[in-house]
Design a protein around this ligand. Structure first.
Ligand SMILES: *[C@@H]1O[C@H](CO)[C@@H](O)[C@H](O)[C@H]1NC(C)=O
Length: 331
């Protein structure tokens, strides 16, 4: 892009904003002000002027969407600017969400909700919340790498280990990211995988602590861990696709779930009910509780400044596919 087209783009952008966001007056000053603050808070650096202009354009489009959401009185959740605010929806899908899960998740079957008036035989509590129990490590940030499955796996193993031994060890996502493929599992580093591949890897090779093998946010050569202490989980299972079994499992410990996070980009707080009916399971996270209304509490791996201190609550009615691919560690 040459200088003239950059200027034209900027002009076109300014007029577009004035058309769309009627309430922002004068449009450009307020928007540029918001952008400059956000940019310095997020310490954005750009390769060149073209990239800078492009990112600014995307930011303004995102800001329009955020402003539109704020005006929707029926929304049960809030949104805000965050680290994704100068990424387009397509970039968000491609960089942050899990390409492998998106491409090859087996056909999703009908949910196996209990039929008729069968009485509930499981007796899980009315609500569960593993936050503030000591069973969860602090929320991590996967960065610009589709490594959600590594976080989903390591985090669930941490909780299982804690509940069993009353002792929290932060396990290594980087080991899973670096070593699972080399060990013959169906895993692709920052291009993602399915959590079951990482669970199988940990069962066979053990998982070391994050202190001994820290997260760097991109795939590196698998380190030799033969001299490091390891935890060997023994078994896991897929949970039946109904909310009774899922809640029963959560009441015993956090579980690993694959979910549709396509519309989570701006989530800030409240009960999220913005998932599409057409689910695309593209993100691995940890279900750490549910409330009395049946809404699910989810630990994400987009850092503590995303969402509700790194967590999101998903509506029981619009559950983003949480029942469809959930894994519980058994032993
Ligand atoms: C890893 O380290 C151990 C001990 O330090 C050594 O015996 C082993 O050969 C190493 N493995 C590889 C693949 O380099």
């Amino acid at each position: 892009m040459n200088k003239i087209s950059v200027v034209l783009l900027a002009l076109a952008l300014t007029s577009q904003i004035q058309c769309q966001a009627e309430e922002v007056k004068p449009a450009s000053i307020s928007y540029f002000d918001t952008y400059n603050k956000w940019r310095s808070n997020n310490r954005r650096v750009f390769l060149n002027k073209e990239e800078e202009t492009y990112r600014q354009l995307v930011f303004f489009e995102n800001l329009n969407q955020i402003n539109a959401h704020q005006k929707n009185n029926e929304a049960t959740y809030t949104v805000s600017l965050n680290q994704f605010s100068d990424y387009s929806d397509e970039e968000f899908q491609q960089i942050i969400l899990n390409k492998r899960i998106q491409m090859s998740q087996p056909e999703i079957q009908e949910e196996q909700q209990p039929k008729g008036n069968l009485r509930k035989t499981v007796s899980y509590p009315d609500s569960v919340d593993w936050r503030n129990t000591g069973a969860l490590s602090p929320v991590q940030n996967q960065g610009w790498c589709g490594s959600c499955a590594a976080f989903g796996t390591a985090g669930v193993l941490e909780s299982f280990h804690y509940i069993r031994y009353n002792y929290l060890v932060k396990f290594s996502e980087q080991q899973l990211l670096d070593c699972a493929r080399q060990a013959g599992f169906d895993a692709y580093g920052c291009d993602g995988t399915w959590q079951q591949e990482y669970f199988k890897y940990a069962i066979k090779h053990g998982i070391v602590s994050a202190n001994s093998y820290p997260y760097v946010g991109y795939q590196t050569a698998c380190k030799n861990t033969s001299d490091l202490p390891k935890y060997f989980p023994q078994s896991f299972r897929f949970i039946n696709r109904n909310s009774d079994d899922i809640k029963d499992a959560i009441s015993k410990g956090p579980i690993s779930v694959t979910i549709d996070a396509s519309n989570w980009k701006y989530y800030r707080g409240g009960i999220f009910n913005g998932c599409s009916r057409y689910r695309q399971l593209n993100h691995a996270v940890i279900a750490v509780g549910y409330d009395v209304q049946g809404n699910y509490i989810i630990k994400n791996s987009w850092g503590p400044y995303w969402g509700d201190e790194g967590y999101i609550t998903i509506s029981a009615q619009n559950d983003c596919g949480i029942l469809l691919s959930a894994i519980q560690v058994l032993s």
